[in-house]
Design a binder for this molecule. Structure first.
Ligand SMILES: [Fe+2]
Length: 387
């Protein structure tokens, strides 16, 4: 049996953000806290949402101090801010970090305790405050997932927090909010979404419901990522990337991610790289490592992306996928750890801890080929060599 879960409502399309008051009214929510970051506080988007809600007589306060890769301290600050007001819901407005912060606030403000208590394998299904998500990147899929990633800054660990309590009740998926994303962010978040689609499909927890969304998302994202990267103002490409990212989010929330994400979170925790970037540098090498244990599934991906035909064997098709992922990284100018200025000594020094954290997150156990610690360490070594 599969547990399938989606937001109760998704409004997808240009201008969807204008529907925020109607969505809240429909849910009888009257006192939301807007959770966003300093960028959207300054550029007017948070104000625009607050103004829309004010016109509908919905009173808001705005917490705008979320940080990239939200830390326990930053979440606690937001929880205290919420407690100083009178709120019945939270609106996560921004990229994955503000949305994940809003999710953590929604749970902690109702159930108390420390964020560390909620780290996987803990499952938080009992509801917190209702969450409304308004994403501004086409990538994390957080608007449609039952996960939040919070960094334990004392232990340099990105904690995976899972359960239905983190699933937004509603999401407003408006591609127009992504039109101003710079090329680098477009590439990194886009590859994150492609990784969600591939990992959801090859995961040991794959199921027919998630499969359909994963394959649809994969093709949509693949066909549009280079366009959106080269021409950030391309509205058609942006619209498709946003749709694909949300579909991929639904897919992995109802299947799982796997080894790429398991290995990516520790890189982010130790070296403070953007989540999509650390995924991107891992995706080709991890796919090469994993393919032999899931040839049929990887071949399906290759054929869906029209990289291979039915006449080629699964092994040949899977190899075309690996090759195409290396080419995609080159086309999107994805830098490796060395080019980012990370010290080799430091990379090697933390490799055993990164491998342990990866395994502890549970994600590698969903991979078609389940690696041991030594194999994960060897993969981190390979990532270094190829950069
Ligand atoms: Fe991701």
């Amino acid at each position: 049996m599969n547990l399938l879960a989606l937001p109760r409502t998704l409004r997808v399309g240009g201008g969807a953000v204008n529907e925020t008051p109607a969505v809240l009214a429909g849910l009888e929510l009257k006192r939301p806290l807007i959770v966003t970051d300093p960028f959207f506080a300054k550029n007017g988007l948070a104000e625009r949402v607050a103004e829309l809600l004010a016109q509908a007589k919905i009173a808001t306060r705005t917490f705008s101090e979320t940080v990239p890769d939200p830390t326990v301290a930053s979440v606690e600050k937001a929880v205290a801010f919420l407690a100083a007001g009178d709120h019945d819901s939270v609106i996560g407005l921004g990229g994955g970090s503000p949305i994940d912060t809003a999710k953590a606030v929604a749970v902690l403000s109702v159930h108390g305790g420390k964020m560390r208590d909620y780290k996987a394998p803990h499952l938080q299904d009992e509801a917190g405050l209702p969450i409304i998500a308004i994403p501004t990147t086409a990538g994390t899929g957080s608007e449609a997932t039952r996960f939040s990633i919070i960094t334990d800054e004392e232990r340099d660990e990105k904690m995976l927090c899972a359960g239905l309590a983190y699933l937004p009740i509603a999401a407003l998926v408006d591609y127009e909010l992504t039109l101003s994303m710079p090329a680098r962010l477009t590439a990194d978040t886009g590859v994150d979404a492609i990784t969600h689609a591939i990992e959801a499909y090859v995961s040991k927890r794959a199921n027919p419901f998630a499969d359909a969304l994963a394959l649809a998302a994969m093709r949509t994202l693949w066909d549009n990522i280079r366009l959106a990267y080269a021409d950030p103002a391309n509205r058609a490409a942006r619209e498709k990337m946003m749709l694909g990212a949300t579909q991929a989010g639904i897919a992995f929330s109802n299947s799982s991610v796997a080894l790429v994400h398991g290995m990516s979170r520790p890189i982010g925790a130790f070296f403070h790289l953007a989540h999509g970037l650390s995924n991107a540098m891992l995706l080709p090498a991890v796919t090469a490592f994993s393919a032999e244990a899931g040839l049929e599934r990887y071949a399906d991906c290759a054929r869906t992306l029209r990289l291979a035909t039915e006449h080629q064997s699964d092994a040949e098709a899977a190899q075309t996928l690996v090759d195409a992922l290396f080419t995609l990284n080159a086309d999107l100018a994805v830098p490796g750890p060395r080019r980012l200025g990370i010290e080799e000594r430091r990379w090697q020094e933390v490799t055993p801890t990164m491998a342990q954290q990866a395994i502890a997150s549970g994600s590698p156990a969903n991979n078609p080929r389940v690696p041991d610690a030594a194999e994960i360490e060897a993969l981190y070594g390979r990532i270094w060599q190829t950069s």
